[in-house]
Design a protein around this ligand. Structure first.
Ligand SMILES: [Zn+2]
Ligand SMILES: [Zn+2]
Length: 415
């Protein structure tokens, strides 16, 4: 249904966002939805409502059947269809207008100020580079889960950097050449919604697929009798052209969409349950080296099937509603304020470079990995930092300036 977008370094800018090729696909979807709604309502719902009136305007001998006069059935029938249609429409519109998620304008991303302990960095790179490493060990799992960033460049395991956005990439972030920006937890760029499918709108995209499948199934099951009647001998040519032909087209269209979108939806539900994006699935299926890297990084994101579903859809009570589940997290998979602490040493104590005489050597060993951090890291506040005034810059204070016991955390505070 949708084209896969590319994580790329291509510098050629694509067509304008306002070009006809961008507007036409979502417009076609909207028109198709409108056509199905009108034709189904006119030919399946309206005859039922008309039959309840004291003086029905439709002649059963003319339309070919006698609609039911059951009020309860007609009301449920009508409400069911309209609820499915409205939820489908809202999901579609929200997947279009919701920004998929971009890298927060914070200097922790501009300068890679993750403050990963040099020893942890070295340990993690050893794990990444050793395809035979047993990553199922509990202490390894715990270690990887606490790292602020676990996805690295393939060739040298350095932090991933986007030259176009001039920013380091949070985990699961990829650059979309069509949107011309990095997208958090990017899945793909979908021309049918003229938008990327990313962290903030993935739920709406999935709900759009779900309600499309349900609405198509509803239409097919409830209009089969009307579809069958369309093949009766033609009583009136005008009625045949304006009612019978459209209902045949709508019925066949819904059958095709049910299977086509249903397969696509099944694929995405599988990805959701497995905590994978379409891009990450490609990485998993790639060569052994890529697969090992995927498995290492994937440990941080996989919360088990139910946890993965909740991560995308929110708590169960909001699964079926097109409302934003992400109100407190911003999709970088990096805690803010960062609560990362260095890993536990082999003797069971937390490693603290200030107390460890060998830390200087380790820092030097990994100095190429972590860019220097500016003493004053001033950035704009993220959208969800409601506690901060929107025009108040934030100071990201490197913990090296704050000699507290937990000097691996990074604070965000007002200046
Ligand atoms: Zn980018
Ligand atoms: Zn895009």
């Amino acid at each position: 249904m949708c084209n896969s977008a590319q994580d790329n370094e291509a510098k050629n800018s694509p067509k304008s966002n306002l070009s006809l090729s961008v507007v036409l696909p979502p417009l076609a979807v909207a028109l198709l939805m409108l056509a199905v709604y009108v034709i189904y309502s006119m030919n399946v719902i309206y005859p039922r409502i008309d039959a309840l009136s004291p003086n029905p305007s439709l002649d059963p001998s003319f339309i070919g059947y006698t609609p039911t006069k059951n009020l309860t059935e007609t009301v449920l029938f009508t409400i069911g269809f309209n609820i499915l249609f409205i939820l489908c429409l809202i999901s579609f519109l929200r997947s279009i207008v919701t920004p998929p998620g971009s890298i927060p304008n914070l200097l922790i991303w501009k300068e890679a100020a993750f403050k990963i302990d040099p020893r942890d960095e070295e340990r993690f790179r050893n794990i990444l580079n050793d395809e035979s490493f047993d990553i199922t060990q509990p202490d390894v799992v715990e270690f990887i889960m606490t790292l602020p960033v676990v996805e690295r460049k393939k060739k040298d395991t350095q932090y991933r950097f986007c030259a176009q956005c001039e920013s380091y990439k949070p985990d699961r972030t990829h650059h979309c050449r069509i949107c011309k920006q990095c997208i958090l937890r990017m899945d793909h760029h979908c021309p049918w919604i003229a938008n990327c499918v990313g962290f903030m709108n993935y739920k709406f995209f999935l709900l759009f697929l779900i309600y499309t499948v349900l609405a198509c199934l509803y239409v097919v099951l409830t209009s089969f009798g009307r579809f069958y009647l369309a093949f009766r001998p033609v009583v009136h040519v005008g009625y045949f052209l304006l009612h019978d032909i459209p209902i045949i087209i709508v019925f066949i269209t819904c059958v095709i969409l049910f299977f086509a979108v249903g397969i696509f939806l099944s694929f995405h539900l599988y990805l959701t349950g497995a905590a994978m994006s379409t891009i990450e699935l490609r990485e998993k299926k790639n060569v052994q080296e890529t697969k090992h890297r995927f498995n290492v990084a994937h440990m941080k994101f996989d919360r088990g099937f139910c946890g993965n579903i909740e991560h995308v859809f929110g708590p169960p009570y909001m699964w079926l509603f097109p409302i934003q589940p992400h109100t407190e997290i911003e999709g970088t998979y990096c805690p803010i304020p960062m609560q990362y602490e260095s890993s536990v040493t082999t003797d069971g104590r937390r490693f603290n470079p200030n107390n460890n005489p060998s830390s200087g050597e380790n820092s030097q060993t990994s100095s190429n990995a972590t860019p220097p951090i500016s003493p004053n890291l001033i950035a704009q506040p993220p959208n969800d930092q409601a506690s901060h005034s929107s025009d108040t810059p934030l100071l990201l204070a490197p913990t090296t300036l704050d000699p507290t016991p937990n000097n691996h955390t990074m604070e965000i505070r007002n200046v």
